[in-house]
Design a protein around this ligand. Structure first.
Ligand SMILES: [Zn+2]
Length: 282
């Protein structure tokens, strides 16, 4: 018998699949990508109507809870709001990266595979500052807002135009959050994951305390034998700015996902967007 008989076979095409248990149902890489392309349209539509709100819902809930919270709890809530900002920004960057690589990689795969890093963050904000809104839309396969879409019902065409106009306005505002974004997101590459300790004061650690309007996030860098302490402002003015940034990021993600899903048909998605020119021609 060949060694293939010990390997599980792809459910779809019957090819042997490496690295999976023998008694598990498996798909090979190609068939999995084909499957992902078949759900990409639904993935974007559902994300635009449901998933995209998750960071905003938690941040708004924390903001309401702040009013009644004691000073220590306020710091925890403030830190959680920062985490939602990082989540909303990461989602937006993942979505933009996934739409850009749509020809080579299924959108759902690129979105879920996305990993935050300081380099990716810096490039994202630099692109947003360097490119015009319409140029940025083009990089993710979307036309300028004024493009007419005769194949769509009137109301839907108007919704798409409105969404794309909002994208242009919000892209413009991204610059306001560049400093906040690069700082908090640079930090997030090391912080805001398992093994991080929130700290309401740092006397016990650094001999020097943070202010009452700050919270610290302590992360371990065992390789360098250090604890990294990052202090974040959690005063009301700053948190309102963070919430505003979450709103902008969330609206951008929703409008991009909605417009993209609406302007492409099932054949575009399953065919990997090789005939995508039709959309640009509008
Ligand atoms: Zn297969």
């Amino acid at each position: 018998m060949s060694s293939n008989s010990l390997q599980p076979l792809c459910l779809n095409c019957g090819q042997p699949v490496e690295g999976a248990g023998r008694n598990q149902a498996v798909r090979c890489g190609d068939c999995f990508d084909g499957f992902l392309r078949s759900v990409d349209a639904g993935f974007l539509e559902h994300y635009a109507s449901f998933g995209v709100r998750s960071r905003q819902v938690i941040a708004e809930t924390c903001l309401r809870a702040l009013v009644l919270a004691n000073p220590a709890d306020r710091k925890i809530l403030g830190l959680t709001i920062y985490e939602q900002f990082i989540g909303a920004s990461t989602d937006l960057m993942a979505l933009v990266a996934a739409l850009r690589s749509r020809v080579s990689v299924p959108i759902a795969r690129a979105f879920m595979d996305f990993r935050l890093s300081p380099e990716v963050t810096a490039r994202f904000f630099a692109d947003a500052a360097r490119l015009s809104g319409v140029e940025l839309l083009a990089t993710v396969g979307l036309p300028p807002p004024e493009t007419r879409h005769p194949s769509l019902p009137d109301k839907v065409g108007k919704d798409v135009t409105r969404s794309l106009r909002e994208v242009l306005a919000d892209l413009h505002r991204l610059n306001e959050f560049r400093e906040l974004g690069e700082r908090a997101l640079g930090l997030a590459a090391a912080h805001f994951r398992a093994g991080v300790l929130p700290a309401g004061d740092t006397r016990w650690l650094a001999g020097r305390d943070i202010s009452p309007a700050q919270v610290a996030s302590v992360a371990m860098d065992a390789r360098r034998g250090r604890l990294e302490v990052a202090a974040l402002r959690v005063d009301e003015a700053r948190l309102e700015q963070v919430i505003d940034a979450i709103d902008v990021m969330t609206r951008l993600s929703r409008n991009l996902a909605y417009a993209f899903a609406t302007l492409h048909d099932d054949a575009d998605f399953t065919g990997g967007f090789v005939a995508v020119k039709r959309v640009h021609a509008g």
